[in-house]
Design a protein around this ligand. Structure first.
Ligand code: IMP
Ligand code: MG
Length: 180
């Protein structure tokens, strides 16, 4: 009963992901010289990406997490954003980097960005590993992104389908019979 048997095809291998995440970390290191940003991960999807990203960033930095839900168990956004866990740090005057797994409709991040802007940070930027610009419904863009992906539901490297498959070390597409 291997989870790998549920995968139709691999989109990005573990090695490709590692190289891409390293690039993103280096870009952030360059852009934030002399600063000490705070990384705000959007749970749960961010956790694998964020762990690798942080280790590619050579800056004094801090991390915190937020948990929001806009998705049910399916593959389409419900459009409703609910805060399930808030920050444990005060971000006033801080440089904030929101870390997402994938930017899809943008409804979640648009809400979250506005919510955090109200706390007067010095800056807010968004870093996402994947971007699905064709699905965008809210006026939101990523300041850093790894890959632009087509309108297909992907899993692995933190991304789930019905809470499963986050532990796949690569990004893949599930076999059709799984989405039932
Ligand atoms: P949105 O941008 O508000 O539509 O929602 C983004 C969130 O939807 C992401 O953080 C993921 O949790 C989830 N999501 C969107 N597309 C996918 C996908 O292809 N695979 C897994 N999760 C996805
Ligand atoms: Mg999800």
């Amino acid at each position: 009963m291997s989870i790998h048997n549920d995968i139709e095809r691999v989109f990005y291998s573990h090695e490709e992901l590692q190289a891409k995440v390293k690039e993103l970390g280096e870009a952030i290191t360059r852009d934030y010289q002399g600063k000490s940003p705070i990384f705000v991960g959007v749970l749960k999807g961010c956790f694998v990406f964020m762990a690798d990203l942080m280790r590619s960033v050579d800056l004094p930095c801090e991390i915190d997490f937020m948990a929001v839900s806009s998705y049910g168990k399916g593959t389409k956004s419900s459009g409703v954003v609910q805060i399930n866990k808030d920050l444990s740090f005060d971000i006033a005057g801080r440089d904030v980097l929101i870390v997402e797994d994938i930017l899809d409709s943008g409804v979640t991040l648009n809400y979250l960005k506005g919510y955090l802007e109200n706390r007067n940070p010095a800056s807010i930027k968004i870093v996402t590993l994947f971007d699905k610009p064709s699905r965008r419904k809210a006026p939101i863009y990523a300041d850093y992104y790894g890959y632009e992906v087509p309108d297909e539901f992907i899993v692995g490297y933190g991304l789930d389908y019905a809470e499963k498959y986050r532990n796949l070390p690569y990004i893949g597409v599930l076999k059709h019979e799984i989405y039932e």
